[in-house]
Design a protein around this ligand. Structure first.
Ligand SMILES: Cc1cc2nc3c(=O)[nH]c(=O)nc-3n(C[C@H](O)[C@H](O)[C@H](O)COP(=O)(O)OP(=O)(O)OC[C@H]3O[C@@H](n4cnc5c(N)ncnc54)[C@H](O)[C@@H]3O)c2cc1C
Length: 248
């Protein structure tokens, strides 16, 4: 689930704050805390969009989406980017994340289901793709509809080419590739969304520290932060095994 607000700012202010030139834009992504999710800030020509995306289960257990978005917008990393902006839009959107297993029947008598309605979103925490999948599914659906109508038909059997073509496309292939991911990150949320970001920050601080201690000591301390967060060397190996499919 996602909630987003759009803040109106003039073009020069946006260019200055995001260090942009010409037609360039910027998109910043933030890793979540306390929920499986994150935040985003991106520039439009004369406005800036700010939002958070997280699992509905986390929303039910904790604060309201408005409070989560307010907290994100008040964060020192985000507040200066939108300071003085006039809020001109507020929206909420559900992001399907069931993957290939959660796809509904795509073809019915007189109807096909495409895009988000068909669950065609790859929301893996690493990738957030859906526009491309909506377009691709619309393309295959359009081809099947045109062929069916040319035969004077619109029943499910005549439209079945849509489901077959989609099944062979990058859309379903990519959804299958990440079928395991949502369950795995949800099961390891304490590590991924709380312990690991904190350990990375501490390790980085340690690694670049300049004082009278040797680099050996700092490197060792940085490594210890990471290994401890992962549950020791055995825990780190188990996690590397669990996430091996990200690289396969
Ligand atoms: C916060 C967020 C960030 C995202 N980032 C990315 C990204 O970076 N890259 C990417 O590829 N994808 C991204 N996505 C996903 C992408 O936006 C969607 O997958 C894509 O828009 C789906 O297109 P769609 O046409 O299927 O559905 P939608 O874009 O949702 O369009 C459906 C339309 O139908 C309208 N509608 C609904 N009900 C009715 C009704 N009863 N009558 C008439 N109209 C109706 C809605 O108002 C809407 O305009 C993101 C999604 C979110 C929420």
């Amino acid at each position: 689930m996602s909630v987003k607000e759009v803040f109106k700012l003039d073009r020069d202010t946006i260019d200055d704050r995001f260090r942009l030139d010409g037609d360039a834009g910027a998109a910043y992504q933030y890793f979540g805390e306390g929920a499986v999710g994150g935040g985003f800030v991106y520039t439009n020509k004369r406005s800036v969009s700010v939002g958070v995306v997280y699992r509905v289960e986390d929303a039910a257990a904790g604060q309201t989406p408005e409070a989560t978005l307010d907290a994100f917008e008040s964060h020192p990393a985000v507040a200066p980017l939108i300071r003085g902006g006039r809020r001109i839009e507020y929206s909420a959107h559900v992001v399907p994340e069931g993957g290939a297993r959660a796809m509904p029947d795509l073809v019915h008598d007189g109807a096909v289901v495409v895009g988000d309605a068909a669950g065609l979103v790859l929301n893996s925490g690493v990738h957030l793709e859906g526009t491309n999948m909506a377009v691709e599914s619309g393309y295959h659906a359009g081809k099947a509809i045109a062929a069916a109508l040319a035969d004077g038909r619109s029943d499910a059997e005549a439209l079945a080419a849509y489901a077959r073509d989609l099944d062979q496309s990058f859309v379903v292939e990519n959804l299958r590739h990440y079928d395991w991911f949502q369950r795995t990150i949800a099961a390891d949320r304490q590590f991924l969304f709380e312990d690991l970001p904190r350990a990375l920050a501490s390790a980085e601080t340690e690694y670049f520290k300049m004082d009278r201690a040797s680099k050996d000591e700092h490197t060792g301390a940085a490594r210890d932060h990471l290994v401890a967060a992962a549950g020791g060397w055995f825990g780190a190996a188990k996690r590397a095994w669990r996430f091996r499919r990200m690289l396969s």
